[in-house]
Design a protein around this ligand. Structure first.
Ligand SMILES: C[S@@+](CC[C@H](N)C(=O)[O-])C[C@H]1O[C@@H](n2cnc3c(N)ncnc32)[C@H](O)[C@@H]1O
Length: 262
């Protein structure tokens, strides 16, 4: 599945505003002063920007253009152009933290289990913010919103190259997989809250939702998009979850806003 640099750059400020600050701080604390991070699906370098504390980065993506952008943002990073479908050859060795920003909802259960196994075998932590949770709400709402979001969510569950995607369920499945390996797991909400300042992102989001919903068989997706674009100043909230999973022995001083022990 391909993502344009333009879309990822457009969403970057909303992502940065949405990520739970306590989980980010705990991830940075886990890295310490000398921890190396392995970023899966690096895109144009969101993780690198969010965690400047890392002593070094290994960036993995299938897309050469995105890897080049990430490298420019993350001087000295080791880059790996690879398909994440096969985790075996990826450089998990000695990584203190594995990051996967806005990635896990694209993956299926078997892949998430395999990832949990690789992270645990390396003794690394996992920080995976911005997993879409299946909720999108507008204020004021339109009568068609619920049907369009349901069709969009069905599309989210299609195979994106990492097995039949779990979409909205991915975060809780991953949290359980890490807890089963003895990890301390924390989940925190990280919703986008779009207002008039985020019109460009909102427009692009509506177009993407309508396209996916139509592909998933929703009737009237184009009309819905027209009505939504006509009301683009309305508020929109898109639900996400952030996950931080740390090995049981790792210390974190910061308190979390929410905690899960699935
Ligand atoms: C939603 S984007 C997130 C990018 C970045 N982490 C961010 O937060 O901006 C998902 C990223 O994963 C990469 N990706 C998706 N499936 C992949 C696969 N099978 N192998 C390698 N990279 C993949 C895409 O190229 C893209 O950069």
């Amino acid at each position: 599945m391909s993502f344009t640099a333009e879309w990822l750059e457009l969403r970057a400020p909303a992502d940065a505003a949405a990520r739970d600050p306590a989980l980010r701080a705990a991830a940075a604390e886990h890295l310490g002063r000398d921890g190396v991070a392995l970023d899966l699906g690096c895109g144009p370098g969101a993780a690198c920007r969010a965690l400047p504390e890392a002593a070094g980065w290994r960036l993995v993506d299938a897309d050469a253009r995105l890897l080049a952008l990430a490298t420019a943002r993350c001087p000295g990073a080791e880059t790996v152009r690879a398909d994440l479908a096969d985790l075996a050859p990826l450089p998990f060795r000695d990584a203190r933290l594995v990051t996967a920003f806005a990635l896990l909802d694209l993956a299926g259960e078997a892949w998430l289990e395999a990832l949990a196994g690789r992270v645990a075998a390396a003794g690394a932590g996992l920080y995976a913010p911005l997993c879409y949770d299946g909720t999108i709400a507008w204020d004021p709402p339109l009568p068609e919103d619920a049907a369009i979001v349901a069709a969009f969510n069905a599309h989210q569950r299609r195979d994106k190259g990492l097995g039949p995607a779990l979409g909205p369920e991915a975060a809780t499945v991953m949290a359980r997989a890490m807890a089963a390996r003895g990890y301390r797991v924390r989940l925190a909400p990280s919703p986008w809250r779009l207002g008039p300042q985020q019109d460009a992102l909102h427009r692009s989001l509506v177009a993407g939702i309508a396209e996916a919903a139509a592909e998933a068989g929703a009737r009237g997706a184009a009309g819905w998009a027209q009505a939504r674009l006509a009301a683009i100043g309305s508020g929109c909230s898109v639900g996400h979850l952030d996950i931080l999973a740390l090995p049981a022995g790792a210390s974190t001083q910061s308190k979390t806003t929410s905690e899960s022990r699935p």
